[in-house]
Design a protein around this ligand. Structure first.
Ligand code: NAD
Length: 455
């Protein structure tokens, strides 16, 4: 398997993919290693995972440079991601004891009732490339803390980062037979679905999530799917600081080249502030520097995957054919590397894929609305349900709108953010199950209910 640098289109490394035999060997090792790992006191597992976080910090420059070389994100954004992962690991470690300890629910009249959180066994994590440290951490860290062994399949577009993660886990003290990595593309993922894991935790597209869920269903083991989104954002007429809001929301749409599951993917703006907002938004987008991920001050690097360029081209073309206008950008950049100009489309509507299908790239449609009723109807017109965002000085108004959204996350005067303390979960085609928070720690356990009568 070739690892290609999306900025230079050069092959930077060749890796050997796993196959059914190597995967089976790894699973057998994990099944044995898990028993000893689960028998360790939680405090020891926490210490080892914290050591892993410290190693990420010590080796951040090397790790950021590997990540940028294979996914094309600007170096500073790679550093930010590693810092973000460390903060999440810290939260998970600080809270693991509280949420994994047994709970006495009632105790009296000679009968005690309690819940014990047991590890699932060996879990399989099939992951995405866009934030390998963050989406990986959401799964493998709480899984390890809860006493599971992990087969981690990084995306084929983030394999070098996956190998680095495995290296530093092992250096931190996670035994080799407790954390294993599966190298390869979709066919290797498909192989993993044939094997008897005790839980499947997937981050990726709706299309792959659907295949995984269908395939794993007969096993009757836990499955979680964190999938894509078409996240709406609404700017009401009650906003102040339009320039600041335009800059913040443009970042929410274009950070990491729009390749975030919770990127702002479509914007609705009240007609009273529409012109001012759009002007400031375009000004912000035009101020960004695009270039090699290693160059200082670059905000937009290449896309990670070449195939996404044609998806974006098609969305732009269809929108223009149906009456949209481009205010900036609109096409791939000629030359080496998978670069696409940051693109702002207006005069858009819901006949266009750019307002309905996940773009996962640096393009955004901005639609004018006359009131909240129209904005709510448009925001709800989606198969997805990851996040929804409202900007207004009026909290009641924002809450009333957000309460009507069928999404796992609701933002008031912010967007494109994740908190370790809150469940990260999708609805509808954005998936199901939660990572992070107390739910995301317990997601890697099975409960046993004890009814204990004193003789
Ligand atoms: P993808 O679905 O193409 O691939 C994800 C993983 O699945 C990869 O490791 C891939 O090798 C594997 N895979 C592919 N086909 C498979 C099969 N048939 N069986 C088993 N495994 C298979 O997604 P991607 O391009 O890596 O990631 C982008 C998508 O992920 C976007 O839709 C994005 O919104 C979503 N995402 C969601 C979240 C979230 O938290 N909700 C986070 C990050 C990314």
């Amino acid at each position: 398997m070739q690892v290609i640098n999306p900025a230079t289109e050069q092959v930077i490394q060749e890796l050997t993919e796993d196959n059914a035999t190597t995967l089976q060997q790894k699973l057998t090792q994990l099944q044995q290693g898990q028993i000893t790992w689960a028998a360790k006191p939680l405090s020891e597992r926490i210490e080892i995972v914290l050591k892993f976080a410290a190693l990420l910090e010590e080796n951040r420059e090397e790790l950021a440079s590997i990540l940028s070389s294979e996914v094309g994100k600007p170096l500073q954004q790679s550093r930010n991601e590693i810092n973000g992962a460390r903060a999440r690991i810290q939260w998970l470690c600080e809270n693991a004891t509280t949420y994994l300890k047994e709970e006495i629910m009632s105790d009296g009249s000679g009968m005690q009732e309690k819940i014990v959180y047991e590890p699932l066994g060996v879990i399989c994590n099939i992951s995405a490339w866009n934030y390998p440290y963050l989406v990986g951490t959401n799964v493998f860290v709480p899984a390890l803390l809860a006493g599971n062994a992990v087969m981690y399949k990084p995306s084929e577009y983030a394999s070098l980062t996956g190998l680095s993660i495995a290296k530093y886990f092992h250096l931190a003290g996670v035994p080799v037979d407790v954390f294993q990595i599966a190298i390869g593309a979709g066919s290797v993922g498909a192989n993993l679905l044939e094997m008897p894991f005790n839980g499947y935790y997937f981050t990726g597209s709706y299309q792959t999530g659907q295949k995984i869920y269908t395939k794993v269903a007969p096993k009757m083991v836990p499955v979680q799917c964190e999938l894509g989104g078409k996240d709406p954002l609404y700017i009401t007429d009650e906003v102040q600081d339009i320039a600041g809001i335009a800059a913040g929301t443009a970042d929410g749409a274009f950070y990491n080249n729009g390749q975030s599951c919770c990127s702002v993917e479509r914007i609705y703006v009240h007609e009273k502030v529409y012109d001012a907002y759009v002007a400031e938004f375009v000004k912000e987008v035009k101020s960004w520097k695009m270039g090699a991920p290693t160059e200082d001050g670059v905000y937009l690097g290449p896309l990670s995957r070449k195939a996404q360029i044609s998806v974006l081209e098609q969305q732009v073309k269809q929108a223009l054919d149906l009456g949209a206008s481009v205010l900036t950008g609109g096409k791939a950049v000629a030359g080496t590397g998978y670069y696409f100009e940051p693109t702002v489309l207006v005069n858009v509507n819901h006949q266009m894929d750019v307002m309905k299908e996940e773009s996962f790239g640096p393009i955004i449609g901005i639609q004018k609305v006359k009131d909240d009723v129209e904005a709510i109807a448009l925001m709800k017109d989606t198969a997805y349900g990851l996040t929804s965002s409202v900007y207004s000085v009026n909290e009641n108004r924002a809450n009333q709108i957000l309460a009507q959204m069928d999404s796992g996350t609701a933002y008031w005067n912010c967007c494109d953010r994740v908190s370790a303390a809150l469940p990260w979960s999708g609805r509808k085609h954005s998936g199901f199950g939660a990572t992070l928070s107390h739910q995301g720690i317990r997601a890697f356990t099975k409960t046993k209910s004890y009814h204990l009568r004193q003789p």
